[in-house]
Ligand binder design. Structure first.
Ligand SMILES: C[S@@+](CC[C@H](N)C(=O)[O-])C[C@H]1O[C@@H](n2cnc3c(N)ncnc32)[C@H](O)[C@@H]1O
Length: 343
């Protein structure tokens, strides 16, 4: 086991034992996750699932989600489910309790320490299921910002996340690549953008910017005016719009693909994924239709593992998006492709 992880585990074990009033608690297992890890801690006749690194997440889980009972546990990779069965010799007490999907999101992003306190101006962030990207209010391209005001160094390579949702995924990446890259999140749900802006300010990050912008109408103007190279565009679990008459609302359409292709730097990449096969195939067809300029990563780098259908097996980003966490929790597969622009 990695030395620093081992040290963290020992520290956490001591904290749990001494600081949380759980005298006989000890950590009995570690479930490694992307970018973080979960400790399974046991007391006398009880098991508690406790959180990843930050103290706040750990104590919140200890208080809110005590999963009682059981000497043995299973961590299901796909369902991200911790099953607790009965304490020794008490089969009649058998029960199962599960971590909820939002808890897993909180764990995945625990090291960001994002505040739950939302500014007065923003109020409660109630998220409507969908916003129609074809509505007239979203048909006007947004004003291009002064990139010098937006990023500390606007010449750094840029990653754009189209339909960034809450923005946690992009904030996590920006925090890890402070002086190397800039990050731009485009999202049509205004309250999500406001909250993401609040978090960016709170964390004092100068390499990330969120915009309330319809990628369909604004992507081209935004990326073509950015002073540095466009190195990565991600479209992760876009809204599926299942009904045929709503397919035109899907974000990946030919003009957007053309714009991505023409603005990407040589060797720049596109990461697309969906937990809905039909949507993934739709996006794949669009990007596959430019074989002279865009090659799938598997053709370039055979070390990137794909299944027999050509879907990339693992997430290359080091962190899962929220939708990805929810989908995997439900047992869904993520259909993923990575394209690279030819020199
Ligand atoms: C299912 S969510 C996925 C969010 C995030 N990428 C994830 O994987 O957790 C899709 C997001 O895309 C946003 N969206 C849909 N169409 C868009 C468009 N044309 N431009 C920008 N954002 C869009 C939606 O508001 C929604 O937040």
């Amino acid at each position: 086991m990695h030395q620093s992880l081992q040290t963290n585990i020992s520290q956490r074990e001591t904290e749990v034992r001494e600081g949380r009033g759980l005298p006989k608690t000890q950590i009995i297992g570690i479930a490694a996750k992307m970018g973080s890890w979960v400790c399974l801690t046991s007391g006398v006749g009880s098991v508690t699932v406790s959180g990843a690194l930050p103290r706040r997440a750990l104590s919140a889980l200890l208080l809110q989600n005590p999963i009682s009972l059981l000497p043995s546990y299973q961590f299901h990779h796909n369902r991200r489910r911790v099953c607790a069965s009965a304490s020794s010799g008490a089969k009649e007490l058998q029960q199962q309790q599960y971590l909820r999907s939002p808890d897993l999101v909180a764990l995945e992003y625990a090291d960001l320490n994002l505040t739950d306190k939302i500014s007065e101006e923003l109020g409660h962030v109630r998220i409507r299921q969908h916003v129609n990207p074809l509505s007239s209010s979203l048909s006007v391209p947004v004003e291009v910002p002064d990139w010098n005001q937006v990023f500390r160094d606007p010449t750094l390579p840029l990653m754009v996340d189209i339909g960034c949702g809450s923005g946690r995924f992009l904030i996590w990446l920006a925090k890890r690549n402070l002086v190397m890259r800039n990050y731009l999140g485009l999202e049509i749900r205004k309250k999500l953008v406001k909250r993401a802006e609040f978090w960016v300010k709170d964390l004092a990050l100068s390499n990330i910017y969120f915009m309330f912008a319809n990628a369909t109408t604004s992507f081209q103007q935004l990326v073509s005016t950015y002073p540095g190279p466009l190195m990565l565009v991600s479209i992760l679990c876009p809204d599926p719009y299942f009904k045929k008459r709503h397919h035109k609302r899907r974000v990946v359409q030919k003009p957007l693909v053309d714009s991505i292709v023409s603005n990407l730097m040589p060797s720049g990449q596109v990461l697309m994924q969906s937990d809905v096969l039909e949507v993934a195939l739709d996006m794949r067809n669009q990007f596959d239709s430019q074989p002279q300029v865009l090659k799938h990563i598997h053709e370039i780098d055979s070390s990137v593992l794909c299944d027999s259908e050509g879907w990339v097996l693992s997430n290359p980003m080091g962190i899962r998006t929220e939708r990805e966490i929810h989908a995997e929790f439900e047992g869904a597969k993520i259909y993923r492709r990575i394209y690279q622009k030819q020199m």
